[in-house]
Design a protein. Structure first.
Length: 255
């Protein structure tokens, strides 16, 4: 496969933080030749944003962590999938988050008024530990810092992209795991906190060549986005698509 084959891209359906709705809940879609391969997170409003770019419903979803602004639309999706007669949607979930996801979304009695359906019937639950294969790509998980250990994960296809999952990534992981090619879609607002990166953290935690690969998202509002750009960074906006170049390391070695 040549370096540019596949026509991969990452489209942001929303880029905002959980406390602000104007930029939409942060969610992104990995595309190939304009077709969606994998939805990353599914918070409130994500399905409406999806419908502006794609037909039908998602076929595959990865969940980075269990906050409602990243999983809330799964409740709506289970009903829509049932009404549409859709085959179970592949739902890739880190093993440690399965219980939380069930507690927050699947334990409510009576998913549909008509009865005869529960949350999990719309999904094919695919537990993930360190990595998974999907659409010919190997996706790798990396722990991040977000409220509690083991509660959140970044997602990487080596040589294609690194997505920090709307959480504070561990800088040492990025410095050692990147191939030197892929863009880093990085959580960043103006003001840091223990669970989210602030603008000043970037210069402290990362070497300058790596910072040139960053695309920032999960910021409060348009004013914050403008300030991040003024600091010299690329900033994602809702609906924006970033072209990705896939090098040979993207694809798992075939036996």
């Amino acid at each position: 496969m040549s370096p540019t084959s596949g026509q991969y891209g990452l489209r942001f359906l929303g880029t905002g933080s959980g406390g602000e709705l104007s930029m939409g809940c942060s969610a992104a879609v990995l595309e190939q030749a304009g077709e969606p391969l994998l939805l990353i997170d599914c918070g409130p409003g994500t399905l409406s944003a999806w419908a502006r770019h794609y037909s039908g419903l998602p076929d595959a979803i990865f969940i980075t962590h269990g906050h409602i602004d990243h999983i809330g639309d799964l409740e709506i999706l289970t009903v829509r999938a049932r009404l549409a007669g859709k085959a179970p949607i592949r739902l890739f979930v880190p093993v440690g988050l399965i219980g939380l996801l069930h507690q927050r979304l699947a334990s409510y009695p009576g998913t549909m008024a008509e009865g005869g359906h529960d949350f999990w019937q719309s999904f094919q639950l695919l537990p993930v530990s360190d990595a998974f294969l999907h659409a010919g790509l190997q996706f790798r998980l990396h722990p991040t810092r977000h409220h509690a250990p083991g509660s959140s994960f970044a997602l990487q296809v080596k040589g294609l992209f690194f997505y920090t999952g709307d959480t504070r990534p561990i800088p040492e992981i990025l410095h050692h795991e990147l191939s030197g090619q892929e863009p880093v879609f990085h959580d960043c607002g103006l003001v840091p906190n223990p669970s989210h990166t602030g603008l000043d953290d970037l210069a402290r935690d990362y070497q300058e060549p790596l910072r040139r690969q960053f695309v920032l998202y999960h910021y409060a509002n348009q004013q914050a986005a403008d300030a991040l750009r003024a600091a010299g960074y690329t900033v994602a906006t809702p609906g924006e698509r970033f072209a990705l170049s896939c090098f040979s390391v993207c694809h798992p070695t075939q036996p």
